[in-house]
Every structure is written in C-alpha cells, then in structure tokens.
Design a protein around this ligand. Structure first.
Ligand code: HEM
Length: 433
C-alpha cells in the first residue's frame, strides 16, 4: 500500500525543521528538538514533512490535535503502515523479512479495531490500578534494594547506569517471573530494540549499515522470541501466578493464543515497560536538579510525590512518537487529510504546548492539573501507565528520605532516537541524609 500524502496545496514544513523532527540525533539535544517543535506549534501545527528517503508525513505537534488523531482508532489506524517511523529502506528490509508486511511484531501497537480490543482485553484487567496495587509490597522490596545499592556509591555515581536503569527492569521481570540472572540479557536486547539509531547502542555487525535500525530490531526480536518460547512453554506446563502465565495460557476466539501473538505481547511489555520508566525516573531527578525548589518542596512534603511522578513523565516524554494513518478522507484543525496519509504524533511537543501548560519548559511538581499525553490517548493509551506511576512513586518514596542534596557531576546525555529514549547518562553528586 503506497503512502498517499500529497503535498499539493498543503503546508510544507521548511526543510531544516522537517529534518530536525525526523532525525534521531535531534532528540539527544533538548534545545534542538524543543525549538523545532515550538516553531511548528506556532507556525505550522499540522504540516507535511518531505524528507529524502522517507514517506511524506504529517507532523502533529499540538496537544489538541494529537488527542483528536488518537481518540478515533477507526479513523486513524496504527497498522496499515508501520506505526513506527522508519525510512523507506528500513521498511523495505522489514517487508522482505516478513514476506510483505511492515509490521514486524504481532503486538497491540500493530493492531487495529476490532482485533486490538480482543488482545488488549487479555491483560487489561491485570493492569488496572486496583489490581496492581496488590503488587506494592513486592515492588517496594525491589525499590529498597535498588536505593540501598544507590547509596552504596557514597556520594557520586551515574544516576542512570548505576541506578535508574535497573529497577524498572527488575520490576517487570519479577512480574513476568524472569529469573534475575537473565536480566542483563533483557536489558541489552531492549536497548538494541529501541536504540538502533544511536551508534553507541548498535551491534558491531550493523554499524555503518543504512538499515541498521531495522536490522538491529529484527536481530533483537529473534533473540527475544527464542527466549520467551522456552519460558512460555514452562508456564504452560507449570502455571504460576504471574503475567507470563496469564498471556501464555490465554485464548482468542476459543483457541490458544498463537506463538507470534504471545511473543508479541511478551516483547511489547518487556520492552515498553522499563526504558520508558527508567528514563522518567532520571528525568524527574534531573528536573529537580535544574529546578531545585522542587526538591526542597517534595523533601518537606512527601505527599507531593505523585505530582513529581506526573511532572517527571511530562517533562521527559520518553516516547517521542507513534504513527497513525487515515483510513478515509477527513479533516484535522482545518487541514484536509487524505485516506492513507501518514501522521506522526509527537508527544514531547504536545507536552510542551503553551496552550495547555503554563511555562511548559519549567519543571514544576505542583502543576495542577497536569494533562500530559506522555502515555498517549484513546484506545492505544499505555497499558502499563498505572504500573509505571506506581513504580515511580514507590521509588521516590524510598529514595528521597535518604538524600539531603543532589547536583550534577557532569553533563546529562540523551539517547539518539526519534522513538523511545531519554537519558543515557546522568552523572550526579549527592549527600546522604
Ligand atoms: C503504549 C508511554 C510504561 C506497556 C504506550 C504508548 C505510549 C506509552 C506513548 C502509545 C500510546 C498511544 O498509541 O496512544 C509510556 C510511558 C511509560 C510507559 C511514558 C513510562 C513512564 C509502560 C509500562 C508498560 C507499558 C510500565 C508495561 C508494563 C505498554 C503497552 C503499550 C503501550 C503494552 C501498547 C498499548 C496498545 O497499543 O494498546 N506507552 N509507557 N508501558 N505501553 Fe507504555
């Protein structure tokens, strides 16, 4: 199916802005990417980017327009094209691999109504706030161990590599029932899965390859599948009270869930569930370092921690985009969108939209209401949002009483990615309370 985004009489985004929004490396520098988004929100909130090597795409940058596109999952599909923006060469590689489809994974992100709801229902209940609150003690135990380890660095460490990266992974793997000794493998695979555009995250054999990201993705996926095949078989033979057992033994239309669909589910949860959360934890701490009055406030009043969590997620916006395609001719904010046009919804931009957030670049844990869209919106809205917030709340509750001050010990570094990313490194110096 060919993309139909025609640019005749449509607002064409200036080339340097279009390239900035699409290029992975722009996202490693907040000043670069947020300036481009600001320009777009002010001048061309729905414009077409024509960048060599890519399909022409609509870039959606305003909070209201992102919600409009995301709220109607029948009018705007995820999966007629690739729901993740890749260049044409990478999509061609995926098609070759899959025998014609750009959807490399049978997971929720790659599904549309009505199939999407059928699969989402399998675990939706498990992820409800009332259900996951029962996991609080288990998660708190992991948070305590993590904080203990952080404090052992005695005053200076990399907040990401030595701390934030490990805890969300431990949580999701514990809920899955994956043994701790396999976690480094899961972490490496996730970083490869999401970090294909960042040279520091690439496998040796794909460096310099124009379709490196697609190849990394495919290689990581294959390793994930082999790993989860074995684990799912174990859970079918010996069911436990964990999420992996629930998915491995679930049924669709009366038949056992297929291998690809079960693995698609595992991979989606394993990958979506921790890089995003660890980046948001790091972003929360970075926000408090840059805007220290927040640190004072939350130290004095721990009931502000849920506000800190939401602001950390808004300010960091670890998911940079998802793609949608129109299923019929329609209109958004006065722009005529044609059937099969592709749209890139830019969550970080929506989360800095001046029409919704006062002083949007300021980190403010008392922001209320905080109507961020870092978890997306509509039927695909993040399945794990309550778990992510629970994990983060518990971690900050356990961490903050133990530190009396914290500051940067070097420049923070962000991952080069236009998809899922955030902090690669956050060197800090801290004093124990
Ligand atoms: C989907 C963000 C944590 C599992 C999404 C989407 C976003 C997102 C933006 C796409 C929404 C859309 O298309 O409208 C985040 C952020 C997180 C986070 C910012 C942490 C701060 C988690 C966790 C899990 C998870 C902890 C699981 C344990 C998923 C799944 C989907 C998803 C399975 C696909 C849902 C669907 O298509 O129906 N997330 N996520 N996420 N997320 Fe998260």
């Amino acid at each position: 199916m060919a993309s139909a985004t025609q640019t005749t009489s449509r607002p064409l985004i200036p080339q340097h802005i279009a390239e900035t929004v699409i290029a992975a490396k722009s996202y490693a520098d907040d000043a670069v990417i947020y300036d481009a988004f600001k320009w777009l929100r002010e001048n061309m909130p729905l414009g077409v980017a024509e960048v060599e090597g890519y399909d022409p795409i609509w870039i959606v940058t305003r909070h209201a327009d992102i919600r409009t596109v995301e709220k109607d999952a029948k009018l705007f599909h995820n999966a007629d094209f690739n729901p993740i923006l890749n260049d044409r060469a990478s999509d061609a590689f995926t098609r070759e691999m899959t025998g014609g489809s750009v959807s490399g994974l049978a997971s929720l992100t790659y599904m549309d109504p009505p199939v999407h709801q059928q699969y989402r229902m399998l675990t939706a209940n498990w992820f409800l706030p009332g259900k996951i609150s029962k996991l609080e003690d288990q998660i708190r135990e992991l948070a305590r161990k993590s904080v203990e380890n952080f404090l052992s660095f005695d005053g200076e460490c990399d907040f990401v590599r030595d701390f934030a990266l490990h805890y969300p992974l431990r949580v999701i793997m514990t809920l899955f029932g994956v043994p701790p000794e396999d976690e480094p493998k899961m972490l490496k695979l996730t970083q490869e899965f999401f970090g294909g555009h960042d040279p520091e995250e690439q496998r040796e054999e794909v460096k310099e390859d124009p379709v490196a990201a697609a190849k990394m993705w495919a290689a990581a996926l294959e390793d994930f599948f082999q790993y989860f095949d074995v684990l799912a078989e174990k859970r079918r033979a010996e069911p436990r009270d964990d999420l992996l057992t629930l998915i491995a033994n679930s049924r669709i239309n009366g038949a056992p869930i297929g291998r690809d669909e079960a693995n698609g589910y595992f991979v989606a949860i394993a990958t979506a569930g921790h890089d995003t959360t660890s980046s948001s934890v790091a972003g929360g701490m970075h926000g408090m370092i840059e805007f220290p009055q927040n640190f004072e406030k939350v130290k004095a009043d721990p009931s502000l921690i849920p506000g800190l969590v939401d602001e950390a997620i808004r300010w960091t916006s670890p998911v940079k985009h998802f793609m949608r395609n129109a299923t019929q001719d329609t209109e958004v904010s006065g722009q005529a969108i044609k059937a099969m046009d592709r749209l890139m919804v830019c969550y970080p931009s929506g989360n800095r939209d001046e029409a919704v957030f006062e002083n949007p670049d300021r980190f403010d844990i008392t922001r209320s209401p905080n109507r961020h869209i870092a978890f997306g919106f509509g039927q695909h809205m993040c399945l794990g949002q309550h778990l992510a917030k629970l994990e983060m709340r518990i971690l900050f509750e356990e961490l903050l009483p133990h530190i009396s001050s914290i500051e940067l010990a070097g420049p923070p570094r962000l991952v080069e990615t236009n998809f899922v990313g955030g902090y690669k490194s956050l060197p800090v110096r801290f004093r124990k309370a």
